[in-house]
Design a protein around this ligand. Sequence first.
Ligand code: B12
Length: 182
Amino acid sequence: MATTSPTSPWTGRELTAILSSTSSDSHMWNLTYMQLLLEEHGYRVTNLGACVPTEVLAERCADDSPTLIVISTVNGHGHLDGAHAVRRLRQIPSLAATPTVIGGKLGIHSVDQDEVRHLRDAGFDAVFGDTAADLDEFSVFLRDLAADVQTTAVAPPVLLDAEATFTPAAALPLPHQPGELA
Ligand code: B12
């Protein structure tokens, strides 16, 4: 089914997301799930897949300048690999403020507040766990972000007074009279 991404009449920006696993994580169904969720929210998703080297993630994000970067991880190393990845992303000036989140099974404990704090300190804007409540919170985050993007006006479009300023090409004086160059 063809889908269109919402764009803002003010910014003309499309909602795009880069979705990636961490460098060590080989699980894939989490990525498929997150891709579908993001698409439901109107994002055009580039899914980089599993075991993505940090430099590949950084390069792709720098090239694409996405609206949002989402790291999904479940193998238990996310609190370490994720922190490493986001520190690298934040070193790139154009990605310093790009909304970037991580979620899934971040360690081997259900929710470890030390890990969450560590990931926030490393540079993530939001950190989510693996429960249904986390998915709900993430959906709220996505809606808020879409609303922000839609209302961040670069400049309102200036509507010209068409009748006063528009001169049809046919009414402009020709540089040469017809037949003059013949
Ligand atoms: C299938 C599977 C595998 C397959 C993966 C095949 C594939 N191509 O994907 C194989 C056999 C390869 C595998 C390997 C390993 N696995 Co495995 N695997 C599983 C299993 C059984 C199911 C995972 C799955 O597909 N779930 C379906 C998806 C849709 O759900 P999900 O992954 O949980 O994602 C949800 C949430 O996490 C959350 N979420 C995820 N990302 C994000 C992001 C955001 C922003 C948000 C909001 C939410 C969110 O939302 C998703 C939808 O609900 C789980 C156990 C389980 N029942 O979960 C273990 C499990 C994930 N594996 C585990 C482990 C340890 C491993 C190995 C390290 C084992 C080993 N010693 O080799 C390796 C990993 C190696 C590596 N380099 O990563 C552990 C992780 C331990 C932990 N974190 O506490 C688990 C939990 C099993 C266990 N109970 O011990 N595994």
